[in-house]
Design a protein around this ligand. Structure first.
Ligand code: 8GP
Length: 812
C-alpha cells in the first residue's frame, strides 16, 4: 500500500505538493477545510490501488462475496479511521505538527456521515470495518441519503430537529459510478404475456422508472491492504425517459426518494416513501450483483457458491422477492430452482423484539407500488401454505404465512426466504426462539442461531482513547491492537497498583477533555472529579432514561429535604435523540433538561450533582464521551434491549456497568464476573410472569415507597418549573397507564444498585481493579470476531491468508 512505507518527509512533500496543486496556496495560508480536503484526497488516492486490487482479486480468485444490505449505515467520520487502518496515523500526526497543524482540528472539518438512527446502523458500520480488517470479501449496500439523521438542538429544553446537510461541502470519500447505474421500476401494472410455446412472460406496463446511481466508498481494512466497498445508491431521473417526467412534481418525487433518512412513518405519505426507498436500494443492489455475476462466466445455478446476501433487519426483506424476480423473469429459471438458490443465498438478522419494528405493509400499497414483486410474494405465500398444509396445524400456518389480514409481513418473508435467522445477543436469540418467532422456530429449528454483536475496537479504543491505549501499550505490549483478545493480558496486572494509577490518570485526562468540551459547548463548568455517569443511546421508553432521572431526583431530594451531605459528586451525562414523531420520548428530554436547569441553579445541590444533556448525539460525540465515563447505564427493561453496543464500548473504556440482565449485559456479566458489574432489577422471566399473570400494579410501589412518591409527584406538583404538560404525561404513563416498562417496580433496586456504585467508587483501589477487569475482558466483543462467525456459520465466505490482518513488525 505505498502506505506502510510512507515516512514523514515523503508525506510532507506529497501533502504540500497536492495542496499547491489543488488550491495554489501555501500551508500557512490554507484554511483547515483546504487542509482537510488535501489530506483526504491524498489518503483516498493512496488506497485507490489497493481498492482496485481487492476488487479484482476477489474476481480473479473467484471468491464468494457477501453483500450486506442495510437501510442504515452510521460510519461517523472516516479520516482518522482510514489513517489508522492504513498505518499512517502517527506519521501524519507528527508531520502535520511539524507544519504547525493539529490533526484533530483537521479531522473536525469532516461532517459525521450519519446515514443511520442508532444501534442498527452503527453495527453495520462496525461490521464494514471488521469485514475489511479480517480480509473478508464483503460489501455494504445502502442508500445515499441527501440529509442524514436530523441535527438536534434544544430550545427552551425541547428537542428541535434541523436538517443535516452533510453533503453541503461534498464528500471526499465517495466515487460516483455512473456506468454502474441501473433502472428501478415502480407503479404501473403487470401484464402476463403468453408466448406461442406456452411460456408466460410478465411485462411491466406504464412504470415509473428511477435511475439508481451508485456512489462507492472504500472500506479500508486494518493494515492488510484490503479495501472493500460500501455502495450507496442515489435516485436520479433517467436520461432516456427525461421527456416523460416533465412536471416539476414528478421530478421532485424521484429526487425525494433518497432525500431523507427514515422519514416520519406516522402518516401514509411517509410510509409510502419509506417503502419506495426499501425497494429502491434492494432492486438496485440485487440487479448490480447479478449483472456482475454474469461477467464471471459461471453457471447461474451455481450462484450460491459466489454470492451471499444479508438482510439487516426487515427493511431489505424484499431482496427475497427481487432475487426471485430476476431469476424467473430475466434468467428464465424454474420456480423450484430459483427458490432453492434464493434460500441458500439469503440470511437475515433481527435487531429488536419491539413489535412496531417488525414491518408490515398493506397489500394495497405494496401491490400498487410493486405489482410484480407483489405477485411473487403472493406465490411464495401460496406455496408456503401448500407445503405446510397437512404437516403442521392450520393455525400455525395462518400465523406464519406472509400475507394475512390485508398485510404483508416482512419478517415472515425474510425468514421463509432465507437459510439463517439470527438474533444479536444470547438472550435475544433465545427469546426469538421461545417467544417472538417461536412459530417459525417450530417450522425451521435449524435456521435459528445467535451472533452476539460486536464493536470496532479500533475506533472505540485506539482512536477514541489514546491515553488508555498508551497505558495498554506500555503494560501489555501492542498485540491487542490487532488481536482484541490480547487485552486479556491485562488480567496479569489486576492487582498492580502502579498500573491502576496509570489507568486512573488516563481516565482523569479523558474526563478533563470531556469537561473542556462541555464547557465549550454548553458554557457549563462541571466538576472533573465527580463520578461521570453516562447514558447514551436513542431515547425510548423501554431504555428507561426515566429510571435514571428518578434516581437523580431522589438524590436531589435527599440533599434538599433530608439534609444528606456525604453524597459523592456526580455528573449525569445524557446523549439521545428522540424520533421526531415520538411525543413521549420528547417529553422525557424536556423534563431531563428542566431538572438539569433546576439543579444547576440551586447552589445547595449544584456542587454535588449536575446533569449535562449534550445536544446532537452522534458517533463523534460518543468518541469524546465514552473514554471519560466512569459509569455505564444499561438499564432497559429486561427482555427489551436486543443487545446494546454502547455497553460494550463503555466497558472497553473502563466504565463500570450498572445494568439489568438484558441483551448483551448478561454476556458482559459473564465476562467480568459478578463482582465487577452491578446488576439489579427484574429478570426477563419475571417480566414475562407479570405479562402472563397481568398482576402488576404500579400504584402499589408509588404508595409504598415515600421517596419514590416524592419524586413522581414532583412531575406534577410544581417542584420542577416549566414542565406542566410533559410532567403530567410522564406521571400518567407511570400511574394512570400502569407503567408499561416497570420503572416503578425496578426503582428501589436501582437506587440501591446506585448506592453500591457509589460505595465502590469511594474505594478507589477496588474501583480501579473493577475497571481494569472490564477493559481486560472486553476483547471478546470485538466485531472482528463477530464477523468471522457470520462468515463461517452463515455466509460461508473466507479470507485469503495474505489479506488477514497484518502482524507487521511494528506490532510484534
Ligand atoms: C438496535 C437494538 O435496539 C440494539 O439493542 C442492538 O444492539 C442494535 O440494534 C444492533 O443490533 N435496534 C435498532 O437500532 C433498530 O431496530 N432500528 C430499526 C428501527 C430502525
Amino acid at each position: 500500500m505505498g502506505v506502510t512505507t510512507m515516512n514523514k518527509t515523503a508525506f510532507k512533500k506529497k501533502f504540500l505538493d497536492l495542496l499547491t496543486e489543488k488550491f495554489a496556496i501555501s500551508v500557512e495560508d490554507a484554511s483547515l477545510f483546504e487542509i482537510y480536503t488535501t489530506l483526504g484526497t491524498l489518503i483516498r488516492s493512496s488506497y485507490a490501488k489497493d481498492w482496485r486490487h481487492t476488487w479484482s482479486n476477489y474476481d480473479h480468485e473467484q471468491q464468494k462475496q457477501v453483500y450486506y444490505f442495510s437501510i442504515e449505515f452510521l460510519p461517523g467520520r472516516m479520516m482518522k479511521s482510514n489513517l489508522l487502518n492504513m498505518g499512517w496515523l502517527d506519521t501524519v500526526q507528527a508531520a502535520l505538527a511539524d507544519l504547525g497543524i493539529q490533526l484533530d482540528d483537521v479531522v473536525a472539518q469532516e461532517p459525521d456521515m450519519a446515514l443511520g438512527n442508532g444501534g442498527l446502523g452503527r453495527l453495520a458500520s462496525c461490521f464494514m470495518d471488521s469485514i475489511a480488517s479480517e480480509g473478508l470479501p464483503g460489501n455494504g449496500n445502502g442508500i445515499r441519503y441527501k440529509y442524514g439523521l436530523f441535527k438536534q438542538k434544544f430550545i427552551d429544553g425541547y428537542q428541535v430537529e434541523l436538517p443535516n446537510e452533510w453533503l453541503a461541502r461534498g464528500n471526499l470519500w465517495e466515487v460516483r459510478r455512473e456506468s454502474k447505474s441501473v433502472d428501478v421500476y415502480f407503479n404501473g401494472y403487470v401484464r402476463l404475456n403468453k408466448l406461442d410455446d406456452g411460456t408466460i412472460v410478465p411485462v411491466h406496463e406504464d412504470p415509473t422508472i428511477v435511475r439508481a446511481v451508485p456512489y462507492d466508498t472504500g472500506m479500508v481494512g486494518f493494515r492488510n491492504g484490503t479495501v472493500n466497498t460500501l455502495r450507496l445508491w442515489d435516485a436520479e431521473i433517467p436520461l432516456s425517459e427525461e421527456s416523460l417526467y416533465r412536471s416539476i412534481e414528478q421530478r421532485r418525487a424521484i429526487q425525494d426518494l433518497t432525500s431523507v433518512l427514515y422519514p416520519d412513518d406516522s402518516n401514509e405519505e411517509g410510509r409510502r416513501l419509506r417503502l419506495m426507498q426499501e425497494y429502491f436500494f434492494v432492486s438496485a443492489g440485487v440487479q448490480s450483483i447479478l449483472r456482475h455475476f454474469k461477467t464471471k462466466q459461471q453457471k447461474m445455478q451455481n450462484l450460491d457458491e459466489f454470492v451471499a446476501i444479508h438482510i439487516n433487519d426487515t427493511h431489505p426483506a424484499m431482496c427475497v422477492a427481487e432475487f426471485m424476480r430476476l431469476l424467473l423473469d430475466e434468467e428464465k429459471m424454474s420456480w423450484e430452482r430459483a427458490w432453492n438458490l434464493t434460500v441458500k443465498v439469503m440470511s437475515y438478522t433481527n435487531h429488536t423484539i419491539m413489535s412496531e419494528a417488525l414491518e408490515k405493509w398493506s397489500v394495497e400499497m405494496l401491490q400498487s407500488m410493486q405489482p410484480r414483486i407483489y405477485q411473487i410474494i403472493e406465490e411464495i405465500d401460496r406455496r408456503f401454505v401448500e407445503e405446510m398444509t397437512g404437516v403442521v396445524d392450520w393455525e400455525l400456518i395462518q400465523r406464519t404465512r406472509i400475507i394475512s389480514d390485508g398485510l404483508v409481513h416482512m419478517a415472515h418473508l425474510a425468514i421463509i426466504g432465507s437459510h439463517s435467522t439470527n438474533g444479536v445477543a444470547k438472550l435475544h436469540s433465545d427469546l426469538l426462539k421461545t417467544v417472538v418467532l417461536h412459530d417459525f422456530y417450530r417450522l425451521y429449528p435449524d435456521r435459528f442461531n445467535n451472533k452476539t454483536n460486536g464493536i470496532a475496537e479500533r475506533r472505540w479504543l485506539q482512536l477514541a482513547n489514546p491515553s488508555l491505549s498508551t497505558v495498554l501499550d506500555k503494560t501489555i505490549g501492542q498485540t491487542w491492537r490487532y488481536e482484541a483478545n490480547d487485552l486479556h493480558l491485562l488480567m496479569n496486572y489486576s492487582e498492580d497498583k502502579a498500573v491502576h494509577k496509570q489507568l486512573q490518570q488516563a481516565k482523569q485526562a479523558n474526563k478533563e477533555r470531556l469537561a473542556a468540551f462541555i464547557l465549550q459547548e454548553t458554557g457549563v463548568r462541571i466538576n472533573e472529579h465527580a463520578i461521570f455517569d453516562v447514558q447514551i443511546k436513542r431515547l425510548h421508553a423501554y431504555k428507561r432514561q426515566l429510571l435514571n432521572l428518578l434516581h437523580i431526583l431522589t438524590l436531589y431530594f435527599e440533599i434538599k429535604e433530608e439534609g444528606f451531605t456525604d453524597i459523592q459528586p456526580r455528573v449525569f451525562i445524557f446523549g439521545a435523540k428522540a424520533a421526531p414523531s415520538y411525543h413521549y420520548a420528547k417529553s422525557i428530554i424536556k423534563v431531563i433538561n428542566e431538572v438539569g436547569k433546576m439543579i444547576q441553579e440551586d447552589p445547595e445541590v449544584s456542587d454535588k450533582l449536575s446533569i449535562v444533556f449534550l445536544e446532537d448525539y452522534s458517533v463523534s460525540l460518543a468518541e469524546v464521551i465514552i473514554p471519560a465515563a466512569d459509569v455505564s447505564e444499561q438499564i432497559s427493561l429486561a427482555s427489551k434491549e436486543a443487545s446494546g453496543t454502547s455497553n460494550m464500548k463503555l466497558m472497553l473504556n473502563g466504565a463500570i456497568t450498572i445494568a439489568t440482565l438484558d441483551g448483551a449485559n448478561i454476556e458482559i456479566r459473564d465476562a467480568v464476573g459478578d463482582e465487577n458489574i452491578v446488576i439489579f432489577g427484574l429478570t426477563e422471566s419475571q417480566v414475562y410472569d407479570y405479562y402472563e399473570q397481568a398482576n402488576y400494579h404500579a400504584y402499589s410501589y408509588y404508595e409504598a415507597l415515600p421517596k419514590l412518591k416524592r419524586v413522581v409527584d414532583s412531575f406534577v406538583d410544581g417542584t420542577i418549573a416549566n414542565i406542566y404538560q410533559e410532567g403530567k404525561e410522564i406521571f400518567d404513563s407511570l400511574l394512570t397507564y400502569n407503567d408499561e416498562f416497570f420503572v416503578l417496580r425496578d426503582y428501589e433496586a436501582y437506587v440501591n444498585a446506585q448506592k453500591e456504585i457509589e460505595k465502590a467508587y469511594q474505594n478507589q483501589e477496588r474501583w480501579l481493579k473493577m475497571s481494569l477487569i472490564n477493559v481486560a475482558n472486553a476483547g471478546r466483543f470485538s466485531a472482528d470476531y463477530t464477523v468471522m462467525k457470520y462468515a463461517e456459520d452463515i455466509w460461508q465466505i473466507e479470507a485469503k491468508p495474505k489479506s488477514r490482518k497484518a502482524k507487521d513488525e511494528k506490532y510484534v
